[in-house]
Design a protein around this ligand. Sequence first.
Ligand SMILES: CC(=O)SCCNC(=O)CCNC(=O)[C@H](O)C(C)(C)COP(=O)(O)OP(=O)(O)OC[C@H]1O[C@@H](n2cnc3c(N)ncnc32)[C@H](O)[C@@H]1OP(=O)(O)O
Ligand SMILES: CCCC(=O)O
Length: 448
Amino acid sequence: MAYEAEYKQKLVSAEEAAKVVNSGDAVAYGFFNGKPIAFDRALAARHEELSEVIIITAVTTPPVPEVAQKPDSFIYVDLQYSKLTRLLKLGPNSVYYCPVLYHMSPKIFRGHIGVSPRVTAARVCPMDEHGWFNLGPQNSETRVKLAVAEKTVVEVSDKLPVCLGGAEEAIHISEVDYIIDGRAEEGPFNAPEAEPSPEDKAIAGHILKHIVDGATVQLGIGGMPSAVGKLIADSDLKNLGGHTEMFVPSYVDMIESGRMNGAMKEFDRYRVAYTFAIGSQRMYDFMHNNPGLASYNVEYTNDPRRIGAMKNFISICNIVEADLFNQVNAESTGYHQISGNGGLWDFVLGSQWSEGGKSFLCMTSTRKDSKGNVISRIVPTFKPGSVVTVPRQMVDYIVTEYGAARMPGMPTWMRAEGMINIAHPDFREDLIKEAEKMGIWRQSNKRL
Ligand SMILES: CC(=O)SCCNC(=O)CCNC(=O)[C@H](O)C(C)(C)COP(=O)(O)OP(=O)(O)OC[C@H]1O[C@@H](n2cnc3c(N)ncnc32)[C@H](O)[C@@H]1OP(=O)(O)O
Ligand SMILES: CCCC(=O)O
């Protein structure tokens, strides 16, 4: 093999590669399933000799990152909290959130703005005969992070699917400083595929009415968007396209059922474009070397201008709660970070720029708190600290199991009425009273 000698020369143990990190450095890890496992363990083992090392990552998946358990030496920064990040944050750990407009993240790394990595370490697929390491199911901003770092480390896994591009889906050995053999480590996070709840199915039903043949569909992170994908797979829609930030298992259902073939797409005809994937092993197996999919950098998938250039673009994302002013919180509760803004803003805006396009922000009307009390997700105002992820002037549709409320062009009292119309019936009277106190209710509003 042409690159065999170079490979041997760059191949080091994880311990050797981790020596490249100095106190005070910023170290970027591959996001999602790209987190280096052996490198992380070796770096954490150096905790007694290191201090103030910033680790930059996003959507932490298992195994538990070892550096996050050594808060005296490492400051763990996550751009989008996962369940695992939330649990880490509960412990005596130094875990912080970093908000980013996702499509801008490569530009931020390229410009060395904010925390800029001196070292980047990412998990990749085995090298091919031309000297390229495919980045697996996390294209995102990985190539840029590797390019801007002074030292680059790749940890080779033979369990990641090879994800065909697109663009920027691979890195060449000539750009790599150290190679670690990570084949003994576990594979990508095998997330269980949850069955949609009756509420999820009702929400999906409200959205399905708006999807036309030939539309391009984006599904966001979380349980509910998956229900929509499954319902589409069982529908009689034709020639749908896929263009998304996150590839999820329900794309497999939409493609295999023949509903989604990309035949009418303006870009990437016959292929689903995406920038990262987290899901089940069934999904990773489907992705491996699949020419029907295209792995792109996030600047491409999430650019609202590109999204807006496609016709009938349908964006479906999950949110945490919304208030009577119609502001949307998709990421926090009080001072507690739940997830992140991620690419939400990119798709909410882009889908509304699309001719015939629509944005759907979805939630069940209620949730249960830790004591089993039923709480409305439609609230008069957010509690202190809760973040507005999507401002009210950007909101298109908000959907619960009780219906879909469209907001553009509505003055405040109509928005309040729209929100109360889709609230759980048990909470509507109280919400009306609050709307009256807030001065966003008129006598002409219908009593619900
Ligand atoms: C292609 C793209 O993906 S583009 C957009 C992608 N990014 C986004 O959409 C960003 C915003 N959205 C999200 O991050 C997610 O969709 C979420 C967090 C809104 C929902 O994700 P899900 O996994 O379905 O949420 P789930 O119902 O499991 O709730 C997650 C956590 O938030 C908590 N939570 C949810 N709603 C509330 C609320 N109103 N108040 C307090 N806590 C809440 C839950 O208790 C749970 O916490 P725990 O797991 O630590 O016990
Ligand atoms: C880094 C952002 C990931 C997301 O939008 O879920």
